[in-house]
Design a protein around this ligand. Structure first.
Ligand code: NOJ
Length: 559
């Protein structure tokens, strides 16, 4: 397999693909490999499937794709439990398939970001398997957090930390002679032991893994649990049962410790040795957006997901507050702000907005689907008018809802089985996407689909929506084309707020001598408001009466 780099001449069409700073206003499309397209007909998506759909992504108008993990893994957490960071799991293909995919992505004028999972490995990782097999005293145990239990016989966990997926964050081991032994820490499932980042071998290994994929030609990494690598010295008790409210403004001894920043500074020097503009994006759940900004200081990572924005309800006042705070926080460190509405861990925004606010991001209720879709389309146009980079999760361009009625026996999300923390309904946003109106698994593949697709999925398919005026797919295509054509969409780091009635957000963006005005009506009734210049795009038809309809966003441009 020959090595290649991302800055070699590319034959694609995307203007962002070769311009400097492409990532500062990029649209990055999340591919969840299990559920995107199945090339070999085994019911599970794979790299070959992704490759076959690259023309679709190019034509959609995105700049880059981010792939959730496809590495060798027992799949205890859908691939976020990695057994070998340098191998492709057979369910997704082979290393040559990954090489071919990276090349093809570039040939389509796109960039590719892969997932990196540094907080924990799989229990099947060689280090962890040997650490267990060698028993107490194994030097490999120092690369994880092994501790004796509390209580007379060591029968209690070493501290009171809870797993994000529910239950204690510790599991007791059995020594090779069959007696109960030490405990090990896992902030997620027991199959995902946390690395001890104080051990130098862990840092060395991850710098080497970075180089492996950079040499393969990837354009960047999404850093899983970027806030979790370093734990407070001594692993102190938290002393509360409310441990897992991730955005509650409170520091936690297992998240967002200052020491993580040293790790990212060292990674940045590795990345910067490589040609091309390669990036890191942090999955960092921190107490505040200001804390998140610390991950994207100039010598650390490039972008961080904006989870406070994702969790904001469809409400003008709340949206304005988080938009201002996000822009201020990121401007203070010179990083672009990012925006995101959906991903593989939360209920899709078409379903979140179909339900009353305040129910969280793990919903079991379909709600008012028509209303949800209307608001989702409006929310998308608002997001795409903001300065910075935006993430789109596969299927949101089809307006897909969550599948809220999956039977228990088909579920795979480990948090469902541990029944706490996250409510365990992440499978609902992971159902394979429909490409065709009918046929086996609606064009996902020739062998069914690992999660059942609901009846009627075909009506939402790419085929059904292509060329149909007003469809959600055509709305996304038009919006992304407009972003490429209009300099005021995406660029810059601020918005100019305009006067608007309660419940309406309106702002102006100016760039390249052109103005763009965006207005979003988050209320359930029309309001008298219209923008200057020419209507460029709207999430629902506007009447001729100068009113902005209920739950609608529109863009006007001038001159
Ligand atoms: C965040 C990932 O997005 C999620 O899917 C996973 O379960 C956890 N990290 C643990 O890796």
């Amino acid at each position: 397999m020959s090595q290649h780099t991302a800055d070699q001449p590319q034959s694609g069409t995307g203007p962002a693909a070769t311009s400097p700073g492409w990532w500062t206003e990029a649209i990055i499309y999340q591919v969840y490999p299990r559920s995107f397209a199945d090339g070999d007909g085994d019911g599970m998506g794979d790299l070959e499937g992704v490759r076959s759909r690259l023309p679709y992504l190019r034509d959609l108008g995105v700049d880059a794709v981010w792939l959730s993990p496809f590495y060798a893994s027992p799949q205890a957490d859908a691939g976020y439990d990695v057994a070998d960071y340098r191998a492709v799991d057979p369910v997704f293909g082979t290393l040559p398939d990954a090489d071919a995919l990276i090349r093809d992505v570039h040939a389509h004028g796109l960039r590719i970001i892969v997932d990196l999972v540094p907080n924990h490995s799989s229990e099947q990782h060689e280090w962890f398997r040997r650490a267990l097999a060698e028993g107490p005293g194994s030097a490999l145990r120092e690369r994880y957090h092994f501790r004796p239990g509390r209580g007379a016989g060591g029968e209690l966990p070493p501290n009171d930390w809870e797993s994000v997926f529910g239950g204690p964050a510790w599991t007791r081991t059995t020594d090779p002679d069959g007696t109960p032994g030490d405990w090990y820490l896992h902030l997620f499932a027991p199959e995902q032991p946390d690395f001890d980042w104080d051990h130098p071998a862990v840092g060395d290994e991850f710098r080497s893994i970075l180089r492996f994929w950079l040499d393969m030609g990837v354009d960047g990494f999404r850093v899983d649990v970027a806030h979790g690598l370093v734990k407070a010295p001594g692993l102190p008790d938290l002393g509360t049962r409310e441990q897992l409210r991730l955005l509650d403004g409170e520091a936690k001894p297992f998240f967002d410790q200052d020491g993580v920043h040293e790790v990212y500074r060292s990674w940045r020097t590795v990345l910067d040795e490589y040609p091309g503009e390669r990036i890191f994006v942090a999955e960092a759940w921190t107490p505040t957006i200001e804390r998140t900004a610390r991950y994207v200081r100039p010598d650390e990572l490039h972008q961080a997901f904006n989870f406070p924005y994702l969790t904001t309800p469809w409400d003008a006042a709340e949206l304005r507050t988080i938009i201002d705070r996000s822009l201020d926080a990121m401007r203070s460190v010179g990083a672009p702000t990012t925006w995101v509405l959906s991903n593989h861990d939360v209920t899709r925004h078409a379903t979140r907005f179909a339900n009353p606010p305040g129910l969280g991001t793990q919903l079991r209720s379909a709600g008012d689907r028509e209303l949800g879709l209307r608001r989702a389309r409006a929310a998308t146009l608002l997001m795409l008018a903001l300065p910075g980079s935006a993430y789109v999760y596969q299927g949101e361009e089809l307006g897909l809802p969550d599948v809220v009625d999956l039977p228990d026996e088909v579920r795979e999300d480990p948090s469902f089985f541990r029944a706490a923390g996250q409510d365990g309904f992440r499978d609902g946003c992971r159902v394979p996407i429909p490409w065709t109106v009918d046929g086996t698994s609606y064009g996902f593949g020739s062998g069914g689909s690992w999660l059942p697709q609901p009846a009627g999925w075909g009506e939402l398919s790419v085929r059904s929506q292509t060329g149909v005026e007003g469809s959600t797919l055509e709305l996304y295509r038009a919006a992304l084309a407009a972003r490429r054509a209009h300099p005021a969409l995406g660029a810059g780091d601020r918005v100019q707020w305009l006067d608007a009635p309660a419940g309406v957000l309106a702002f102006r963006r100016t760039a390249g001598g052109r103005d763009l005005v965006c207005a979003a009506n988050t209320t359930g009734a029309p309001v008298p408001w219209t923008g200057p210049g020419t209507l460029l795009l709207s999430s629902a038809p506007l009447g001729a009466d100068g009113e902005l309809p209920a739950d609608t966003t529109a863009w006007w441009t001038s001159p």
